[in-house]
Design a protein around this ligand. Structure first.
Ligand code: SF4
Length: 235
């Protein structure tokens, strides 16, 4: 953990220059060069994608990693892909986002008391970071949560990978994680003791695999986000 960051803006600027994972650096830059045909006229971000949202957020949403043609293209978490369409629609519906769509980092979207981030900041091949890459990236999230600690009240974790990646990060950032570690599930909620009590809620990931099959419906996602907003004083 680094206590040397003066602000989240400073941390965000630093993470977006990180080159610690050779495989992910190669992949994110290759995708940015070759592009998807539909985005051939666009300049891809092609770098680590920092967290998005205010520096005094009381609610944090933790995903998995940026998508190759979503966050890796636009430079903002969950922005410009189908997963993001589902997430931002739900955030808007429960009053946490200023607009229901998120298409580019300059589209004017703002979040209310909410920050979106991930345990892995670079797009991985097949959306699958290795355990070593997850562990290499861990300190960025630990530092981000440490900076948010004065205001942070709840975290919504999207998917089992994020859940497993987050628990050690929370321990590193000062919260007491029970053993055996609580298991992930949609609708699961735990409360951790630490610098301040912290509620951690699980939701199925907003991936197309889950939303197209109905495993995660808009109603299910809104219910988890509403509960988290209430626990964070944002309702
Ligand atoms: S995944 Fe994280 S640690 Fe690895 S290069 Fe990207 S920002 Fe750095």
């Amino acid at each position: 953990m680094s206590a040397s960051w003066k602000s989240l803006a400073q941390l965000d600027a630093a993470v977006s220059k990180c080159r610690a994972c050779p495989r992910l650096v190669r992949w994110r830059e290759q995708v940015a060069r070759t592009k998807r045909a539909a985005y051939a006229d666009q300049t891809y971000w092609g770098r680590p994608v920092p967290g998005f949202g205010p520096d005094d957020a009381s609610l944090v949403i933790v995903g998995l990693a940026p998508a190759a043609h979503g966050g890796n293209r636009t430079g903002r978490m969950f922005t410009g892909d189908r997963s993001g369409d589902v997430l931002f629609r739900a955030l808007y519906d429960v009053g946490l986002a200023s607009q229901p769509t998120s298409v580019h980092r300059d589209d004017g979207l703002t979040l209310r008391g909410t920050r979106i981030t991930a345990p892995v900041h670079c797009a991985p091949p097949a959306n699958k970071p290795t355990p070593a890459e997850r562990d290499t990236c861990r300190h960025w999230l630990a530092d981000e949560l440490t900076l948010l600690r004065p205001t942070l009240k709840a975290i919504v974790v999207l998917g089992a990978f994020g859940w497993q990646a987050l628990l050690p990060v929370l321990a590193e950032a000062g919260w007491r994680v029970p053993r055996p570690k609580p298991r992930f599930g949609h609708g699961v909620r735990i409360t951790l003791d630490g610098p301040t009590p912290l509620h951690v809620l699980g939701s199925y990931h907003v991936s197309q695999q889950n939303t197209f099959t109905g495993r995660l419906t808009p109603e299910m996602l809104r219910a988890v986000l509403s509960e988290a907003a209430s626990l964070s004083g944002l309702d």
